[in-house]
Design a protein around this ligand. Structure first.
Ligand SMILES: *Cc1c(COP(=O)(O)O)cnc(C)c1O
Length: 427
């Protein structure tokens, strides 16, 4: 048997990290410093001119952050990565790198509520237009593309319902129009699926969720797939034209298959500023070491809970793509055979009021606006994460008034079920 390279669990612990050369510290230290001393003036000039790679100032790059970047790039199978302060910061920098005022991109309407908001409202200030498509209908993306379209954006495992998207079919639409496909892989994580293997060009994550995994640190990351030709169409001048701020350097020419990650760093992060703190990078790195163990347990627990809920007479429906009779089960088996993730939704026969009482009666579950914690979490999306959307947008996003969303943690599954049982009994 030939071995391609280290396996996923080995990379999750070792990729990007070596014992600290100065102290021998085995775990990557928290380099809690804002700035780095230059060897001499020539060294400083080379760093500022992009002739040499190295640390200048923590807004742009930091050694703890660099290990995090190398590790996530390895887990996703990308060429390079850029870690930033949050998932939303990652999305902002991706679009800042490809969009000019007046441009548009096509996004699935089935997205994390905050992304719907960011794209639909905040991005208007930059005159970047989002056009919504339906992730179950690749042709709906095709129909929205014109000569000012700069990319396609989807989630691999879509919020809030937890449905797998046919990434390869949407990648085909992107390919046909010569556009990059950007995939938010937050809910699946590279343990379950790697979008670059299915035709994505750029992957983004909220590291705040399963990758960090413990609900204690915000972070985001952009992974460069190294697959897209940024010079071909002339549509991406930040990458394909000489940069005045770097003495006429053409980033795609100089940095090749990791030019996108460089551009997002030296033009986006440097100038817009959403850097990740070295402490958060450390916390997230520590979380990643157990990502494979945690994700498998999340999936196994979620499947058991979904099966149990499905038999409960106070529920009107359960949607978990891991259930054999779920309409999304075939895509789950194809894209994510190890499991269907931790997040799913169900509806209570008693509607909005029953949902409210269920949430209030739970004791082990935490009622909060997050997913991907070790703890089991519950939320009523219509009144919280998806509150800012119109009723039509809520339903389109799978967050109608009767919907309850669970993010199943890694506690003992018997305790998770018992908590749901006692709260359902009180309705
Ligand atoms: C949370 C989340 C985001 C935003 O990430 P932050 O770290 O909260 O900024 C983006 N996409 C998905 C799928 C998320 O769950």
């Amino acid at each position: 048997m030939t071995k391609a390279g280290p396996g996923f669990s080995t990379l999750a612990i070792h990729a990007g990290a070596q014992p600290d050369p100065t102290t021998g510290a085995r775990v990557t230290p928290i380099y809690q410093t804002t700035s780095f001393v230059f060897d001499d003036t020539d060294h400083a000039a080379a760093l500022f001119g992009l002739q040499q790679f190295g640390n200048i100032y923590t807004r742009i790059m930091n050694p703890t952050q660099a290990v995090l970047e190398e590790r996530v790039a390895a887990l996703e199978g990308g060429t390079a990565a850029l870690a930033v302060a949050s998932g939303h910061a990652a999305q902002l920098l991706v679009f800042h790198t490809i969009m000019r005022p007046g441009d548009n991109f096509v996004a699935a309407k089935q997205l994390y509520g905050g992304s719907v908001n960011q794209f639909g409202h905040a991005f208007k200030s930059f005159d970047w237009q989002v056009r919504w498509a339906d992730c179950v209908d690749p042709a709906s993306f095709d129909a929205k593309i014109d000569e000012r379209t700069k990319g396609i954006f989807i989630e691999s495992l879509a919020n809030p319902g937890g449905t797998f998207v046919d990434i390869a079919a949407i990648a085909e639409v992107a390919r046909k129009h010569g556009l990059p496909l950007i995939v938010d892989n937050t809910m699946a994580t590279p343990y379950l699926l790697r979008p670059l293997e299915h035709g994505a060009d750029i992957v983004v994550h909220s590291l705040t969720k399963f990758i960090g995994g413990h609900g204690n640190s915000m972070g985001g990351i952009i992974v460069d797939g190294g697959t897209y030709d940024w010079s071909k169409s002339g549509k991406y001048p930040l990458l394909s034209e000489p940069r005045p701020e770097y003495a006429g350097v053409v980033l795609h020419e100089v940095f090749g298959n990791f030019a996108f990650a460089i551009a997002a760093r030296v033009l986006g992060l440097r100038d817009l500023g959403p850097a990740i703190s070295p402490f958060n990078a450390f916390m997230i790195l520590t979380g990643i070491e157990t990502l494979p163990l945690r994700m498998q347990r999340h999936c196994d627990n979620a499947l058991a809970v979904a099966k149990w809920l499905k038999e409960h007479d106070k529920l009107s429906w359960v949607r978990y793509s891991g259930l054999d009779d779920d309409p999304n089960n075939a895509l789950q088996k194809r894209y994510s055979p190890k499991g269907a993730g931790a997040v799913f939704t169900f509806g209570l026969k008693g509607g909005y009021d029953a949902g409210k009482r269920l949430v209030e009666g739970l004791e082990l579950f935490s009622h909060l606006a997050n997913i991907g914690d070790t703890r089991s979490l519950v939320i009523h999306p219509a009144s919280t994460t998806h509150r800012q959307l119109t009723p039509e947008q809520q339903v389109a996003a799978g967050a109608g008034p009767d919907v309850i969303r669970l993010s199943i943690g890694i506690e003992d599954v018997a305790d998770i079920v018992a908590d749901l049982e006692q709260s359902l009994a009180k309705i």
